[in-house]
Design a protein around this ligand. Structure first.
Ligand SMILES: Cc1ncc(COP(=O)(O)O)c(C=O)c1O
Length: 421
């Protein structure tokens, strides 16, 4: 598939799409400019045309999300600030004092920290299921074994933002449904990159950002709440909704129950245009493109002797998120060299997922490096990246690997060998 970049990148190569996708389709910016210059109003806050139009933008976006993810009802897609906000609503709204939740070692701090907050305040308990040390895949049976009578939620990171590992959510969803336990999927690294079917995968809560694979702007995210569960989910914020204002308490109907305050309607307008772009390309085609990028990165990276990449070594069971280490390089220094010498923009460190780094043993700085930084250097590819971009990244990595080896050999060489040269 050929997807032309929407805007020139001045030779700088952005490969930090796991943080947020860039560039965005040109249609996203156009929709936001249109909103800002011709609509402007806040949805549900007036009877005039522009406020109605704003409401229409929100409704259309929910319709598109419902179609993309095979949901049961558009009004059950709750707009949030980002994926973290959606995860907080699901976790804090669902768990009661003394409840038990199952997570995995690959989960992000935006799952782990809300749980730890509830653990401290209300004695919520958690079991963090371990993963395979190489693939980082979780064994669904291990999740089943961890279920206790107190278990009320299973939270799984669908695609790891550290190793790219894709967890078997369909099997885990079935286990959760059989046991009557709510299933929360963190789709931060998968929404927009591959098909997700809420009904087929028995997902009760789907948290996802609008600004990563879905190609919308920063400041957008969503929580899908399976119809029927909204009554048991507590609100974590209350306030004005523009509806039944005579009532002193939060409306109970959807989506108002979970959407107090003015919306980021301009962001939703951009997200809606991004969803049209995804629908025009086709989610299967975008997935194929991700897999082609992954396969090419795996193939080329395997040829670089000093380079290790973590997680699945082939394109299957993964998204195009790669954590790497190169012998002798500190992860931060490597990212600085990639930017400084090659204009390649990556993210070093622990990526807000310290337990995932423990799983692959990169939570401590690499041996024999002076930088002292833990973690890895992460390259994450998006819809606008090409096979040529992969070649540019792997060529740069190979050059840096050789440079370091040559420097090490020079340092080790005895002084007289220089004088003889
Ligand atoms: C796996 C995972 N979960 C949650 C998040 C949080 O997403 P957001 O930045 O939209 O809050 C991220 C962000 O990188 C992520 O990678």
């Amino acid at each position: 598939m050929t997807i032309a970049p929407a805007s020139p990148t001045n030779q700088r190569l952005y490969v930090d799409n796991a943080a947020t996708s860039f560039p965005k389709p040109a249609e996203v910016t156009q929709a936001m400019v249109h909103y800002a210059t011709t609509i402007g109003a806040s949805a549900g806050r007036g009877a005039y045309h522009e406020a109605q139009e704003s409401g229409r933008v929100l409704r259309e976006c929910r319709d598109k999300l419902n179609r993309l993810f095979h949901g049961e009802c558009p009004d059950h897609f709750i707009f949030t600030l980002n994926c973290s906000d959606a995860l907080n609503l699901a976790i804090q709204g669902w768990l009661n004092p003394g409840d038990h939740i199952i997570t995995t070692a690959m989960d992000h701090n935006s799952v782990l920290r809300p749980i730890n907050e509830l653990a401290t305040r209300y004695g919520v308990r958690q079991t963090r299921v371990s993963v395979h040390p190489e693939t980082c895949l979780v064994e669904p049976d291990e999740i089943a074994k961890a279920i206790t009578p107190k278990t009320r939620m299973i939270a799984v990171c669908h695609g790891s933002n550290v190793t790219g590992t894709l967890q078997p959510i369909h099997q885990i969803g079935e286990i959760a449904r059989q046991h009557g336990v709510a299933f929360l999927v963190d789709a931060a690294q998968t929404a927009g990159h591959l098909p997700i079917n809420l009904q087929h995968d028995a997902i009760d809560f789907l948290a996802f950002p609008g600004h990563k694979g879905l190609m919308g702007p920063l400041g957008t995210g969503c929580l899908y709440i399976r119809p029927g569960l909204e009554k048991q989910l507590r609100t974590v914020r209350q306030g004005g909704t523009g509806s039944i204002s005579e009532q002193d308490t939060q409306p109970t109907f959807m989506p108002d129950r979970f959407e107090p305050g003015s919306h980021n309607a301009i962001g939703v307008a951009g997200l809606s245009a991004a969803l049209d772009w995804i629908s025009a390309k086709g989610i299967e085609t975008l997935h194929g493109h991700q897999q082609a990028l992954s396969a090419e990165f795996c193939r080329r990276a395997r040829q670089i002797e000093a380079l290790t990449f973590f997680g699945p070594q082939e394109a299957c069971n993964r998204v195009a998120v790669f954590s790497i280490r190169i012998a002798g390089w500190d992860p931060v220094d490597l990212a600085l060299a990639l930017e400084g010498t090659f204009g390649i923009l990556t993210r070093p460190g622990l990526h807000c997922a310290p337990w995932a780094h423990r799983a692959i043993r990169t939570h401590v700085p690499p041996a024999g490096c002076s930088g002292g930084n833990p973690g890895t250097t992460r390259l994450s590819f998006g819809a606008f990246n090409t096979l040529e971009d992969i070649a540019r990244c792997t060529t740069a990595l190979e050059t840096l690997a050789h440079q370091k080896r040559a420097a090490d050999i020079n340092t080790l060489a005895p002084a007289h060998s220089h004088s003889n040269a």
